[in-house]
Structures are given as structure tokens and as C-alpha cells.
Ligand binder design. Sequence first.
Ligand code: MLT
Length: 203
Amino acid sequence: MRPQPDFIHEFAPGKSERTLLLLHGTGGNERDLIQLGRELDPNAALLSPRGKVLENGMPRFFRRLAEGVFDLEDLKARTDELSNFVGSAAEHYGLNKNEIVAVGYSNGANIAASILLLRPTVLSAAILFRAMVPLAPEVQPDLGSTSVFIGAGSLDPIVPASNTKELVDLLRAAGADVTIRFFQSGHELTGNDVDAAREWLQH
Ligand code: MLT
């Protein structure tokens, strides 16, 4: 019997080999990014789990001690748990494991970055909106065949530009092909982010 994926999630089959792994922000759920996924790639399958951690009733993908201060042990364990979910969901739904592209916003972008750094074979690419450095990996991952788009807000009160640049450096040092775009916005996602990410995904 195929393993049952163990996160509450939405799944929508696609017409191409690509699957978008949609990872919501704090307080979101599995339905939040479905529309965004369709806008980014109308042909891709969509796999959208709900974060299992609750912070004052708000779903997240890992625990934090304060805004921007992460519980690293929990982050590592949750990164493994989510990576394993992606593997079992790929088997369950018959997805191509070599074409899984994460699309994360805020907390979802942070766990996607953590998957890149700790489980580098899970994702073929990632779109990270308003991401920060999740952790410093003990072992440098090999991201030589992974491409990453980062959409940052130049007025973001939660993610300073210096932190975004640190993330870019970390990913590039591991061999990732990183595109970084700064938008005139805060932590919120804008239409310009979506347009730029869509264009990036098409090339
Ligand atoms: C996080 O906790 O991942 C970041 O502080 C972003 C957020 O979710 O607010």
C-alpha cells in the first residue's frame, strides 16, 4: 500500500511533470496559496500542506521563540518531517520527485530554505517570498543543480536586507543558481513579486 501523506493538505493534479509545493505563512492554511500556485503555473500539480505547529492557534511550519528567533531543534525536526511528507505524497499521487518546486511565503519560505540547506535533494527549485536565513547548516549542501528565486521587500520590517543577502550568499556558496529581486514593499506579497516569479519560472 502506498504511504498516506501525514499532513493535512490540499492536492490538485496538474497537466505537466512539475509540482508546486505551496508553503503558507504564519496563521495561514493549506488553501491560502492555491490561487497563487495557479497564477504561477496553471499546468503544475499543487501540493499544499498545513503547518503542524500552532502559535496562539496560528498554524506554522516550525516553532519560534520570538519573531525571527527560531527554535533550531524544532526547525530541524520539522524540516525532516516535511521533507518526508513530500516524498510520501509524491509516491501517493504519482508525482515526479525531480520536479518539485517549493513556493513559500514568510514562515513557509523559511522552512523551504531550511529544506534546501538540510535536505538538498528534495527540491529542484524554490521561490522564496520574504525569506530569511533559517539556520546555518553544519554540512555544506550541494545545490549545484538547484535554482532559487528570492522576492524581498526593501521596506520589510521583519526581514532586513542584510539578512536576505546573507541567505543569498549561503545558497550561492552551496552552488545554487540564485535570482534575487527587491521590491518597494514591506513583508506583504505584491503583484510585482508574483509577476517576477512567474516569469522566472517560465525560463
Ligand atoms: C518566521 O517565524 O518564520 C518569520 O518570523 C516570519 C513569520 O512567520 O512571521
